[in-house]
Structure formats: C-alpha cells, structure tokens
Design a protein around this ligand. Structure first.
Ligand code: ZN
Length: 494
C-alpha cells in the first residue's frame, strides 16, 4: 500500500502545480492588463516546467513501477497508474533537446502562419509546416506504434484510437453526408429572422440564464468574457466558463454558452474522490466535446428546446417577439456548404474534419508532400462540399492546429458529434419522456443522468470502454447519421 500512497502524494503535488498554472492561464485570457503579459509568460512557463519535470522524472518512473509491483485492487487506483504511466512513457520517449526544438519550431511556425494566413501566402508557411511535420513524425517514431505513426499522435487526444479504426467510420460518415447534402438542395430553406442590434448585456443575461437552466453551478464557477471562449477547471469546486458576444447575432453567444456549459458540467460533475488524482479531466478530448455538443446541438438546436426557450428569447430581445418557436428552430438549423470550419453547420461540419483527417494521415505516413496540400485541400472541398476556396486563407491556411504541431487533434471534434448522438439515443431510451422534459425546461433529470453515466467517472475508463458502458456499443456514425437525416429532413421539409 505504501508505494501507491507515495505515488498519490507525488501526483497531488503535480496536480497542485497544474492548477496554479490553470488559474494563471484563466486570468491571462480574461482579466490581465497588458502590462502583466511578459511577467506572466515567465511565471506560466516556470509552473509548466515544474510540473513537466515531475511527470517525466526518474522518481515518477520508480513510483509507478513500485505501485504496479504492489498491485492496486481498486479500479480507480489502477486507472491512476494507467493514466500517469501513459503520460510518463510518452513524454520520456522524447529527448529534452528534441522537445525544446519542437517547442521552438512550433512557436515560430505559429507566428509565420498568422502572417501567411493574413496574406493568403502558403509559400511563406510551407517550409515551416514541412519542419513541423518532420518533427512530429520523428516524435511518433520515438513514442512507437503498431501500424501507423498517426496512431502515436491520435493517442494523445483519444487514448486507444487508431487511424485504421477511424478510417471506415469517417469514410462512411463522409459518403453519407455528401449524399445527404445533395438531397437537402431540393428542400426549402428557412426564412430570415428580423435582424438589427442585440444589446450585449441582454445577451449576457440570457447566457447566464441558459447556464442556470442546464444546471451549471455558479457557486462552483463563474462566467466571464474572452476573445476565444474556453472552459477551465482551476480547482476541485471551481470550473469556469467564458463566452464572447457579437451585437448582430444573439444566437452565437447562446450556443457558445450551452457548448462551454456542457464542458463545465462535466468538470463540475466529476466524483469529488477523484480530486488531486489527475483523473478529474475527461475520458478524452472527444468525450469532453460530446458533452458540449450534447447541450449545444442535441438539446439547444432541438424543436422542443425552442418551444421552451422562445418566450425567454423574446423577453430579452423584443424585436424577436414577432417570431414563433419554429421560425427560430429553423433559423438555428440552416444548412449551407461554406469554406470555414468554425462557421460550419452540423451537417457540413464533419466534412471539414474528414478532409483534415485524410490529409494529415497522408502527410504523416509520407504519402503526400506539404507542397501538394493546397491542391489536395481544394479538390476535396470541391468533392465533398461542392465549393472551392478562392484563396488559401479560406482553405488550407484557416486553422492554427498544424502550425502548433497538433496533428491528430481534428478527429476529436467529429468524435464529439458522434458520441453526443450515441449518448442522446441512449438517453431517449433510458430517461422517461425525454423530449417532454426538454420542452418543459426540466433539464435536471437529464443532467443527473449524464452525471451518473459520464461525468462522475472522470478519466477512470478509456473512451471506448466508457461509451460501451453507456450505450452498449462502440463508436459508430449511425446514430449521428440517423439524427441529421431526421432533423434536417424536417427543417428543410424534404
Ligand atoms: Zn468544445
């Protein structure tokens, strides 16, 4: 027992340092005056280094080996060993000099990417991206994999998932969505809602109210403005959300609040016994995203939700009082093929991800050169969405991820959508009169159910294991495809 206790003490120390870093990061992105920036970067860098040194230390290796030898009868303790061992092994595989080179290269690549995007100049970014891809492949080789170097990368975000497991699922999704998009062209498209200005304070009030509806606990968190919305846990019992507001559109902030609120409910719903163990995060990026997409799309963009929410919307924004709930429901579910991933709707969004997944696997496996990316990108946009980017700023240069070395991250977005549909399908079966509850604004039985089946477990289960426990089935595109076909068939009156 002694070895496990020693490991837990060490892990607690790392967690404390990481939470101090999280608070510094939250402040930096919400309230810090510009004058604090330089010093904050130093403090944040120091905290990160202190935590990192412990994660990869010889002592961590010894504590893990001793705890494994001793054996851990409790499931939670076995998970603690699994999670920290994976982290330790992956990061130990990368020599410090190579890691340093990776940090420097991606920092430089990211700042060049910003300029290249602004000037729509792929040639400027190309050599930097080639350097990043080479480094990422070198790192993947050091970490090790069975089939594809991509597997070593995607493992960082979705433990247990591989390129060969993803390929058929995303392939089916792509084929079906491309065909469905063509069908939707025959449908009727929703009429425009009254435009105008929607005061920011009214938007903030509605967002606070919406967070309250879904059960976000303001005694264990807070809501602030930020340029790029995010959710962050800064302590057990303190999970904060942020949001942004645009005067001409009251819906993007509302869906932003529901999205971030979904992430935050996950953090607030973790079993308190998991505090300080490193297991209080999500099972994976995809599972975390599923909780955000559940409240944003499955609930927030549903017809019953707007039956409930419409009077509140009209109260905050009197110019929308002349609309009816179905007008709003149709408006928030408009489908339109577009160039930019972050602005895409539910039907087309995953096609943007399929394209990125195919390109990054080919890049990492060495089947395409960085030079060929823009042409491949534009061809895929044409094939999947029927539109071609006018320039690389609206094409291959639009996302920050590759410049930051985050290759293998994109699938998590789509996994979130697929898992959310699988979880909703199960909730409809297991929660009596599910949609009546949504229409009545009775969200607490739904949140309690999610807490029971998803939130409280934190990282105790691997994503595949968790999804099987909840739904009885592994990852599948089928529930999502059924969901979009049914809903958008109705929205567009097919
Ligand atoms: Zn998210």
């Amino acid at each position: 027992m002694a070895a496990l206790d020693e490991l837990k003490d060490y892990v607690r120390e790392i967690t404390e340092i990481s939470l101090a870093a999280a608070l510094a990061a939250w402040d930096q992105r919400t309230h810090m005056p510009p004058g604090g920036a330089a010093a904050r970067a130093k403090v944040a860098g120091r905290l990160e280094r202190l935590a990192f040194e412990r994660r990869v230390s010889d002592r961590m290796g010894e504590l893990l080996a001793a705890a494994e030898r001793e054996g851990a009868p409790a499931e939670v303790d076995r998970a603690l060993i699994r999670v920290w061992k994976r982290d330790h092994t992956r990061h130990r595989a990368i020599p410090p000099a190579l890691y340093q080179k990776f940090v420097e290269t991606t920092t430089r690549a990211e700042s060049v990417w910003e300029k290249a995007k602004a000037a729509s100049d792929f040639a400027l970014f190309r050599p930097h991206l080639a350097e990043v891809v080479d480094l990422v492949r070198e790192i993947a080789n050091l970490i090790g994999y069975k089939e594809s170097p991509y597997d070593a990368l995607v493992e960082e975000y979705e433990p247990g998932l591989t390129a060969s497991a993803l390929r058929p699922i995303l392939g089916e999704l792509r084929r079906e969505l491309v065909a469905f998009l063509k069908e939707l062209e025959r449908g009727t498209h929703p009429r425009e809602l009254p435009g105008g200005k929607f005061p920011l304070d009214a938007q903030r009030a509605l967002c606070r109210q919406a967070l309250g509806w879904i059960g976000y606990d303001f005694q264990a968190g807070r809501l602030d403005d930020a340029v790029h919305p995010f959710t962050i846990g800064v302590a057990p019992g303190d999970v904060r959300v942020t949001n942004r507001y645009r005067e001409e559109d009251p819906f993007s902030s509302l869906f932003g609040a529901l999205h971030e609120g979904g992430h935050a409910l996950y953090g607030q719903g973790v079993d308190p016994a998991l505090a300080w163990t490193g297991l209080a995060g999500g099972a994976s990026f995809g599972i975390h995203e599923s909780q955000a997409r559940f409240w944003e799309n499955q609930i927030g963009r549903s017809r019953p939700f707007w039956q409930f929410a419409h009077p509140h919307l009209a109260q905050h924004f009197p110019t929308l009082a002349s609309t009816d709930p179905d007008d709003v429901w149709r408006h928030v579910n408009r489908v339109q093929a577009s160039l930019i991933r972050v602005e895409a709707d539910e039907v087309t969004y995953n096609l943007h991800i399929c394209l990125r997944f195919e390109l990054e696997v080919d890049m990492v496996e060495g089947r395409i050169a960085v030079d060929d990316l823009p042409a491949r990108w534009n061809q895929a946009m044409e094939d999947y969405l029927g539109i071609a980017p006018p320039d690389d700023a609206h094409g291959v240069l639009q996302d920050v991820h590759w410049s930051a070395g985050m290759i293998g991250y994109f699938p998590s977005y789509t996994l979130g959508n697929l898992y959310a549909a699988q979880i909703t399908e199960t909730a409809e079966r297991e929660i009596p009169r599910f949609w009546d509850k949504v229409e009545a604004g009775q969200f607490s039985p739904i949140r309690e159910w999610l807490r029971e089946v998803v939130h409280r477990h934190g990282q105790v289960y691997l994503p595949d294991e968790l999804v099987r426990r909840i739904t009885g089935d592994g990852l599948s595109a089928e529930p999502f495809l059924n969901y979009v076909r049914a809903k958008y068939g109705e929205v567009c009156r097919l």
